[in-house]
Design a protein. Structure first.
Length: 492
């Protein structure tokens, strides 16, 4: 027995010398630092507490609602005779309805509170033990607490809910003191709170909505446990309805964004295809210059036969052709082959074939008037080709979108510029357009599947260092105006 007692005392003394955290770590099979296990548990508990309290913090203090939707909403235009009395020319119908409802709820709550006070005053006069009427300032504060959140819910839904949460204790107190309502929730307060809950669920993220719902359920349980079940169901229906509306709006917004990106991708693809087609068309121009230079380089020495002056003239001509070819080579955007590796070496059209376009347009039912001015011969082939394509695309758009219209085509060279003007309508005087189909246009139809006509025309003008403007004109109709600078031969 003495040995057993000594062994026990020795074990107790060893245990007292060893720190508690280290002994626990050794018993667990590890040799961690003192208090390591407790710190890990405390950290987990803190993280769990933060996760639980975060929805409440977001709902009550930190969170914020999304900005109002930018979708088109029904707006009420103020009559002209009434514009001087109101600050805005048009009003949002939802906001106007909220203001009207807030005014009605304010009047209803004031009337109800005064009736409660009258009843409480008579009951107190009959039995002094019964509480008397509530102060009038409380009634007005209750009316404000019921109406103000409704007025705020469309612009600031979370702020409206916080106002309702702050005023809720006063509303419940007045209802329980002088009102004969069980449970102690006036009808006006119920309508207000459900509208605010719906707005929060529509405009706030999921954690904020969850925090608002939890605060609501806890308040229902504290104020009147007997009605907590039905109150929770009604509040949950409002929250779920608003959340479903938010989810649908989010999905619609994502779909619109995807469609916008798809249109941008289609536009970029159309630009690339148009540039590749322009490059293929310029191939013939560049090949022509190179062929002429090669022939001149071989023929000039033979033709000169030792004549220095004739040799210098021939070399100067070769130099001019080379500079012109270099200037047009800079306009080539990419490889001159299509996806199958084939090349298009057919002769490309120029201004001399405008009459063919006009004949085809007249055969399709258009009335086309052509006016030429200035020296149109001797233009670079690339410029003639681009001018031809711009006129061709403009006439094609008129045939598609304004069949039977009168089209005026003006081609003029003034100084160092070539100017093209195509208008759907025969101009009777500068700036005026008439003729059928004025609502159509030479540049309309640029939606999906429209061939990106304006994009291609602007690309052609930009390649030559020019500009292209297209848009409706006064009185109806559409006009395309392109200005292309004429590069002089021999310029670098």
């Amino acid at each position: 027995m003495i040995l057993v007692q000594r062994a026990r005392s020795l074990g107790r003394s060893i245990a007292r010398r060893r720190p508690w955290g280290r002994a626990r770590g050794d018993a667990a099979g590890g040799g961690g630092a003192p208090g390591e296990g407790r710190s890990e548990r405390e950290e987990r508990l803190r993280r769990a507490a933060r996760a639980v309290m975060r929805p409440f913090a977001l709902a009550l203090l930190q969170g914020d609602a999304d900005p109002p939707a930018t979708a088109r909403r029904l707006r009420l235009k103020v009559p002209r005779w009434f514009e001087a009395l109101v600050p805005y020319g048009s009003w949002d119908v939802v906001q106007v309805a909220d203001l009207v409802l807030a005014f009605l709820l304010y009047g209803l709550m004031i009337s109800t509170g005064l009736d409660w006070n009258d009843t409480a005053a008579r009951a107190h006069a009959a039995n002094p033990l019964i509480p008397g009427p509530a102060p009038l300032v409380f009634l007005y504060l209750v009316a404000i607490g019921v109406s103000l959140p409704v007025a705020l819910r469309d612009r600031w839904p979370l702020a409206a809910w916080r106002v309702a949460a702050v005023m809720a204790p006063l509303i419940v107190y007045v209802t329980m003191t002088v009102g004969d309502v069980v449970p102690p929730y006036p009808i006006a307060a119920i309508v207000m709170y459900l509208l605010v809950l719906y707005s929060v669920a529509v405009r706030c993220e999921r954690q904020i909505t969850g925090g608002v719902w939890l605060v609501t359920v806890l308040a229902l349980w504290i104020v009147h446990p007997d009605s907590m079940f039905i109150g929770t169901i009604i509040a949950s229906v409002a929250v779920l309805f608003g959340y479903n509306v938010r989810a649908r709006r989010t999905a619609t917004a994502r779909l619109v964004e995807e469609e916008r990106r798809s249109r941008q991708a289609e536009g970029a693809q159309a630009v690339l295809e148009e540039r590749a087609r322009i490059a293929r068309e310029l191939h013939d121009v560049v090949a022509h210059h190179m062929s002429v230079i090669a022939i001149q380089a071989e023929a000039v020495p033979l033709k000169a036969a030792g004549d220095v002056a004739q040799l210098e003239a021939g070399l100067a001509e070769i130099r001019g052709l080379s500079l012109e070819a270099i200037a047009e080579l800079r306009q080539v955007l990419g490889v001159l082959r299509d996806a199958q590796g084939a090349t298009d070496t057919a002769p490309q059209p120029g201004l001399d074939r405008i009459d063919e376009l006009v004949s085809n347009a007249r055969a399709a039912g258009l009335t086309v008037l052509v006016k030429r001015s200035g020296a149109l011969d001797g233009l670079p082939q690339a410029m003639e080709l681009s001018a031809y394509r711009i006129v061709q695309e403009s006439l094609s758009n008129v045939m598609r979108h304004a069949p039977g219209a009168t089209v005026a085509v003006e081609i003029a060279r003034r100084g160092g510029e070539l100017r093209l003007r195509i208008t759907n309508g025969a101009p009777t005087e500068p700036g005026s357009v008439d003729g059928p189909g004025a609502a159509g246009g030479a540049g309309r139809g640029q939606g999906r599947g429209a061939g990106q006509g304006l994009v291609g025309m602007r690309e052609r003008a930009a390649l030559l260092g020019g500009t292209l403007d297209a848009g409706p004109v006064a009185g109806g109709g559409f006009e395309v105006v392109a200005t292309l600078p004429v590069a002089e031969r021999g310029s670098a």
